[in-house]
Design a protein around this ligand. Sequence first.
Ligand SMILES: Cc1ncc(COP(=O)(O)O)c(C=O)c1O
Length: 401
Amino acid sequence: MAKTGIEKGEAMEMPPLPEVFFPMEKALEKRREAGTLRNLRSMEPMDGGRVRVGDRILVNFSGNDYLGLSRDPLLLQRGEEFARYFGAGATASRLICGNFSCMEAVEKKIARMKGFESVLMLASGYQANLSLLAALCDRKTLIFSDRLNHNSLIQGARLSGGKIIRFRHNDLSHLEKLLCNAPEETRKCIVTESVFSMDGDVPDLEGLSRLAAIHQALLLVDEAHATGVLGDQGMGLVKPGMAHAVVGTFGKGAGVFGAYVAGPALLKEYLVNEMGGFVFSTALPPSVIGMVDASLDRMAEMDAERVHLTALGNRLRLGLQKLGFDTGASSTQIVPVMMGDAKTALALSAHLEKEGFLGVAIRPPTVPEGESRIRLSLCALHSKKDVEGLIRAFSTFTVIA
Ligand SMILES: Cc1ncc(COP(=O)(O)O)c(C=O)c1O
């Protein structure tokens, strides 16, 4: 019998991608037409809240390094120390042999600063949300999710198999109505963010906490954009006793990478056993743990920077509103400038770049259809002069019909 190519050890040429499964070109064309095609741009981070793009240096109003810690010498030094002592990688998941002493020490530090009983660190906020919801909820769970929740929370809810019930953004009376309609005996989980990533607004956390208690629902709050910026020592807005589980991230205000889940000790023990994203994934590298450790030390002493950020946010909103721009319900370091149409948002972004500012356009599906915007984010390293310059750049934008 004639030998097949595999038996003869010959290289086989792959047939083209079967279009029925991957109509990629069509999908990309659709995006191109709608002005929602994304592409990767190469950039170099620089000091002072700046970024080099090509041969130009722009003031970066699009990053999440809210405190400017990503280039902080203490973080870099401790990252190096931890790497030299513990090695470059964790070598395995924590349940196998990757549970180095530095990880437990940093988890205890986070728990102490946050005022929660226990903390479990995870590779990223996306991984934390995805696997936390999948571990906590099942097909019998009703998941009450704010309409503007981050994609990682939506995907986690989907992965769990639970029934997703979306409530109007930050609308507690709508949520209450939906909770009242749910059968009493079903498991319920309410999911929200403490600072919404694309809108920079804040929910009524105490009200949510009350509703969760009344309806015996589990309350999960994602503090990704509050971490480093808001609350005592920059540890976020959820105080002990206000929620059952909190997710915080270290890739944004903390300037590093990674995430944590805080909650009761029972939750941690459960997640160590049942959370796929923890059990089946290599632990964070020691250098990252070292940088997070230093970042927590720096965050605790940065009240002045947080006051400065608040002042910059207030000035920016006021300046833009006076020019007639809509900054939504923002009250934090995230200031959206609502443009509606994706192409207009792109045109404004290009104009800002010409004027020396990076203000990236955020388009569907990251935000709802018709709600394209420039998402401005402030950094404690920005000066008042930077913000005045940005406002001036907005004042010279004209929409070309
Ligand atoms: C609200 C929210 N949660 C979670 C994440 C994911 O966090 P990470 O970047 O650590 O994966 C993001 C990222 O943008 C976010 O905005």
